[in-house]
Design a protein around this ligand. Structure first.
Ligand code: GDP
Ligand code: MG
Length: 163
């Protein structure tokens, strides 16, 4: 059985874009609207010779915004409980939001190792967001661009010890 990586993070950070890139097929719906992934998806990912099962966690587009953190917590914890490593993605252009901080708290309380990925990091606009991500207390963020395929070698290095 392949090891499992769960991609977690708030809506619209680029989780499904990364999932599709690593699976090599457009199994997950990518959209400009936050939270278009309607359910959790699994695929077989390939990253520079590493093979693993990858889980893309769902969006919450029909949810009352007040209930978003609660719903996300259930989704996130279900995915993370069954993984070898959690890939926590933030949007480096948007910077760290209160929901990112909350997800970081759930992850710190969980046993799964966490790899922190600062997505949308192509170009200088993302530099402050990458710096902010250090403050989440989950180690060094990997500057990454799921859309442009930047940071794949660093992601490989970060995942390798856990798979
Ligand atoms: P999810 O809700 O976390 O699954 O996010 P999606 O994968 O659906 O992406 C949300 C939006 O971010 C889409 O418009 C993507 O094209 C965009 N996006 C994803 N990755 C990147 C990236 O590396 N750079 C930039 N600039 N945009 C990205
Ligand atoms: Mg998605």
């Amino acid at each position: 059985m392949l090891p499992t990586v769960a991609i977690v993070g708030r809506p619209n950070v680029g989780k499904s874009t990364l999932f599709n890139r690593l699976v090599g097929k457009k199994l997950a719906l990518v959209d400009d609207q936050p939270g278009v992934t309607r359910d959790r998806r699994e695929g077989e990912a390939h990253l520079l010779g590493l093979d693993f099962t990858i889980i893309d966690t769902a969006g919450y587009e029909d949810e009352d915004p007040q209930s978003l953190p609660g719903r996300m917590r259930i989704q996130t914890e279900a995915a993370v409980d069954n993984c070898d490593v959690a890939l926590f993605m933030i949007d480096a252009r948007a910077g760290i939001t209160p929901l990112d901080e909350e997800i970081a708290r759930w992850l710190r309380a969980n046993d799964a190792p966490v790899v922190l990925v600062a997505n949308k990091a192509e170009g200088k606009a993302a530099d402050p967001g990458v710096m902010e991500a250090f403050g989440l207390g989950l180690g060094e963020p990997i500057p990454f661009s799921a859309e442009h395929g930047q940071g794949l070698a660093d992601l490989f290095q970060a995942l390798l010890p856990h798979l």
